[in-house]
Design a protein around this ligand. Structure first.
Ligand code: PXL
Length: 433
């Protein structure tokens, strides 16, 4: 997945495009950038800002748009009217989801947009937004109204939606009991997403929120799922913030462990395989990767949801978690016990043609017959252990593929095994190629 961040350079790397590159990379997405302005700032002071020229801004946009397939765009700092209008000309014709983070002021007090440019921001940038993510202060500025008992946050969100943003999220609304909530206004519904308040003054949480939002939206998550994901990501970045400079803390992204991040990369590649929806079974697909020497499925990372078919597309549902998969992880656990070099697995729809191809490719194939499973075993619910155990009983070398042809009410299935998840993708490209 390729995500584009359009915004300002922050040399402290806490916010702006430097921060977005870190976030996108953590999601396993490729981060592209178009710089609108260069700021001079650190964790104590915001010294100065220089907007880039129209010429180089336009050229950056054209360079990116003519070369990459872009899955989502985030717009952050847009300093003046010239930048706003130039971006509008480039973006108005695109059909790509856009998250607008209307940044007005840095935490240290620097102006990130000229006052006289707000009008053009309303006119040109807000209507581009699939989602706009102001905090309370930014919502007041872009709506040109103060929040009070009559002019409620809901009314202000509605006002911003009327300016053309499809969905509006106003972040950081204080609630009772030390909770802090985001107000989400979709086309026909509004709701709050609440979480614990983490009090520390930091630099970068707004950027982390909107970066996570564009990643989730581009991944075809709903607005509600995306807003929950973004809140959690931003909250964690505040929790893990670090004191790098002499001033305020910089938010910090907690890195996924190496196992999860390798698997995440491979899942991102898997869903992009042409026509892969044809290989997703009715019970959907999971892709799993194990720590060395797993003791239980809790040592194996998998999706808490599945890779699911949606028409001719496939979508990743849920998150990577240890213990997230039951069936595919159990199959891997059994194989790994006998063949420790096997650390990843994926299940796919059974097709006779695939088995032919696999045999031609001289892969190591084994199978089991679910019809022969003893009844007492079925009752125990350990069909996978039984079947996989049977399939590898006489193998001297690790299996590449194990399949079964199903039983009454049981869908036939193929499981591909490999070392690293990348290794499975290689096998798959041979099988499907
Ligand atoms: O957090 C908003 C923001 C966005 N972009 C740049 C910034 C800041 C805050 O300081 O400097 C470039």
């Amino acid at each position: 997945m390729n995500l584009l961040s359009i915004g300002g350079s922050d040399p402290s790397s806490g916010a702006g495009i430097q921060s977005d590159i870190k976030s996108f990379s953590e999601f396993g997405a490729y981060g592209l950038t178009v710089i609108t302005a260069i700021t001079g700032q650190n964790t104590s002071n915001f010294e100065m800002v220089e907007a880039v020229s129209k010429k180089i801004l336009k050229n950056q946009m054209e360079s990116i748009l003519t070369d990459f397939k872009i899955d989502g765009i985030k717009i952050g700092m847009v300093f003046n009217s010239e930048i706003i209008k130039t971006l509008y000309q480039q973006l108005k014709k695109l059909k790509i989801p856009i998250v607008v983070d209307p940044v007005i002021k840095s935490t240290t007090g620097g102006a990130l947009i000229e006052n006289k440019a707000i009008k053009d921001f309303q006119k040109y940038i807000i209507p581009l937004a699939t989602v706009i993510t102001p905090n309370k202060f930014e919502a007041e500025i872009v709506s040109k109204s103060k929040i009070n008992s009559k002019n409620t946050i809901e009314k202000i969100a509605k006002k911003i939606q009327k300016m053309g943003a499809k969905n509006v999220v106003i972040t950081g609304i204080e609630r009772k009991n030390n909770k802090i909530a985001d107000l989400v206004l979709e086309k026909n519904k509004k709701y709050l997403i609440s979480g614990d308040r983490i009090s520390n003054i930091n630099h970068g949480s707004g950027c982390n929120y909107s970066a996570a939002m564009i990643f989730a939206i581009s991944n075809k998550k709903t607005i509600h799922e995306s807003a929950k994901f973004a809140k959690k990501f931003a909250q964690n970045s505040i929790k893990n913030s670090i004191k790098v400079g002499n001033g305020i803390r910089i938010t910090n992204i907690q890195k996924k462990d190496k196992i999860s991040s390798e698997l995440s990369q491979s899942i991102n590649e898997f869903v992009k395989i042409k026509n892969i929806y044809k290989n997703i079974p009715e019970c959907q697909t999971n892709f799993v990767y194990s720590k060395p020497k797993p003791k239980s499925i809790k040592d194996i990372v998998g999706l808490s949801g599945r890779i699911v078919k949606a028409g001719k597309e496939v979508i990743v549902a849920g998150n990577l978690t240890y213990g997230g998969s039951k069936h595919v992880a159990t199959a891997l656990l059994v194989v790994n016990k006998k063949f420790p070099s096997i650390k990843s697995a994926i299940n796919l729809k059974y097709e006779k043609s695939i088995i032919f191809k696999i045999e031609k490719l001289k892969f190591s194939v084994s199978s089991y017959n679910r019809v022969k499973e003893p009844n007492h075993n079925k009752i125990k619910g350990s069909s996978v252990e039984w079947g996989i155990g049977n399939a590898i009983k006489n193998l001297k070398l690790p299996p590449d593929i194990i399949f079964h042809k199903g039983d009454f009410g049981k869908e036939p299935m193929i499981i591909i095994f490999g070392g690293k998840p990348k290794n499975i993708l290689k096998k798959l490209s041979k099988i499907l190629g």
